[in-house]
Each structure stands twice: as structure tokens, then as C-alpha cells.
Design a protein around this ligand. Sequence first.
Ligand SMILES: Cc1ncc(COP(=O)(O)O)c(C=O)c1O
Length: 402
Amino acid sequence: MPEFVPASRVTRIKSSPSVAAAARVRELKAEGRRILDLTVGEPDFDTPQHIKDAAIAAIGRGETKYTSVTGTPELQKAILETLQRKTGQQYAPGEITIGGGGKQVIFTAFMATLDAGDEVVIPAPYWVSYPDMVLANEGTPVIVSCGGDTGFKLTPEVLAGALTERTKWVILNTPSNPTGAVYSREELADLAAVLKDHPAVYVLTDEIYDEIHFGDGPITSLVAVAPELKNRVLVTNGVSKAYAMTGWRLGYAGGPAPLVAAINKLQSQMSSCPSSVSQAAAAAALTGDQDFVRESVEVYRERRDAAVSGLNAVEGLQCATPEGAFYAYVNCAGVIGKTTPDGREITNDEDFTLYLLEAASVAVIQGSAYGMSPYFRISYATGLPVIEESIAAIEKAVTALA
Ligand SMILES: Cc1ncc(COP(=O)(O)O)c(C=O)c1O
């Protein structure tokens, strides 16, 4: 058999570390090990019944065929109304796109806009996929460090310093994966003031976690604060996280018509449209009863509080209180340089997460995967008993370090 040589776009990127972590946990479990899994990037709840019923009804009605690239009329209407509610701005049918998850929408947006050497400003810590999606599409990720001192958020100064003639996009993710940071109205206004002086720069605001937040009132979208930027902001979202629908694969975005037309042209050649059945489910999710969202946020809040106070009580670990999503980003500088009971030195966050897996059977993801060390990410999209047991096991393992 001839040697298989993948395209350079494949060799330029790596597989998603969170997908790899999930695979490793599955392997260990298959070997019979009981693993306390805090790597999970999806709600542990089932999709609400009324959403499943809408999908079943759609199948019953024979809605099992291709739809238009931008979806069924019902889904389009639901997305337009949702975008108006979230941004305060009116979007037209030619200003929305849909895809197989927010992930595919973001990937296609880069594919539709990046030429070799175009730069994308990515605040770190970042969602693991952004840099590789940029690289796969020949762009250049420009990683800017946004540490705990600024709440893991991009500041106007750092943004201004990162913009160049080649900047095509700036990514803002609020609430953030992996930190749970949420940009306030004022912070967004300050960033918008910088962006106003750079009219060629587009902004991708990834708001996939916007319904999962612990403050008063809805989270603020950049477009709501700076409507004058609407013609160069792509607001991306989806039903995965808010409605426990990760497997349905339905994401959407709103943005300026020429950009959206370019994305839809690619979509027409890549997938024609996402699953018609998932579209019916997503329309029901966006327009139906929102009690599930409210109730799940209260469950996440209780888990967040338990996780944060438990982790902060462990000497050597430190964790800010996340304002949204279902992750906490834990500083582990206090354990770096220590030695495990079998004599190995913990030199970085990857060593530490491996040690936690071996010694405590707790799976978390190292900060290096998100572009900022020494940290690790925990997900609290898992039951309170697992969180409590994990923290006790982490504490025991940290105490055993010398
Ligand atoms: C920050 C962020 N954006 C986008 C996505 C994509 O979600 P989906 O493709 O399920 O809509 C994820 C999923 O983990 C995420 O964490």
C-alpha cells in the first residue's frame, strides 16, 4: 500500500485535546478503572422532552428531506427572533447562517474569509479549537495573553497592541470556555472604541454559553453595546449547551450579508444543510418553554459554588469564581516543583493532570491546551457527588506531594 500523505492543512493542526481527553477517559473506564471525569464539555442533562417531541413530530410529518442552506422557515424565524432578543438588533434572513454545531459555523466563517497570512487575534486562555481552525484555513493565530489579573479578559490596550494591517478577525468568547469569564457592558464598550479605529477588522463573538451565566440579567453581546459594529460582527451561537443538545449538531450565526453569503456558499457545497430533524428540534428549543434553561443554571450555580470553594481550600490551588459556562480554570502554580510519592517532579500543568489521573483517578485538562499555564480546567457539568468526591481526591493527592 502506498504511504498515505495527508494534506498540509491536516499536518498543520492537532486533534482537539478535549476530544482526546474524553477518549482517554473512555479507555480507562473500559479497562475497568473508575474515573472521576471532570473533562466533560457538554451538559449532563438529557435534552428536554418537548424538544425531542418536536423532532419526532417532524419525522412524522415527513420533514426528512434537504432544506434550504439557511434552514426551514420555522428555524429561520426562530433564529431571527433569538438574535434580536440577544443583541437588540434586527437581522434579515440574508444575515443568518446555520451549520452542524457552532463549531462548524466558526470553521466555515474562517474558511470563507482567511487567505494565507491573514491574522486572527485569539485571547488566551482560549477554546482549544480556535487556533487549529485558523491554521487549517491558512490563517495565522495571534495569541494574546489575558491573565487572571484582568479576569482572563482582553483589555483595550492588549487589543490595540495586537492589531496589524493583516488582522482579519478578533475572537471574543463570552462566557468563556475555559475560564467562565463574562465581558461586562463597559468592557465591551471599551473594546468597541478600539475596534472603531480599525474598520477592516471583523469580530467573531462566540456566545455559545450565553444562557449559562450566574449574574443578574442576560449577558451582553458586543452588537448590543456597539450597534455601529454590526456590519462586521459575526455572532455565533447554537443549541448545544443551553438546551443539552450537543449531539443534535445545530449551530447558527448572524452577521453582515456579504460575509454570510460567502459562508452559505461554502455550506451549500459542504453539507447542503444540517439535519432537517435537528432543525425542527432547534426551532422548538429556541421558541419553546425556557424553564429547562433557568433550572439547569441553578443546578450549575450550586455545583460551581461547591467546586470553587472546595478547590480554593486545597493548598497550592487557586480558582476565581466563574460568571458563566460550566468550567473553572484553576491555577496550580503552588504545586509546580513538588515531587510525587514515587519521586517524580511536577514540572508543569500536564505533569500535574497526569498525576491527578494516576493518583486520584480524577480527569481534568491541562492549561497548556488552552494557551495558559500553569492551570487546569475542570468542568462542573457533572453531578455534585462526583464534584465533591473529586475535590476530596484532589486534596488527598496534593497533600501527598512533597
Ligand atoms: C467556546 C465554544 N464555542 C463553540 C463550541 C461549539 O459547540 P457546538 O459545535 O456543539 O455548537 C464549543 C463546544 O465545546 C465551545 O466550547
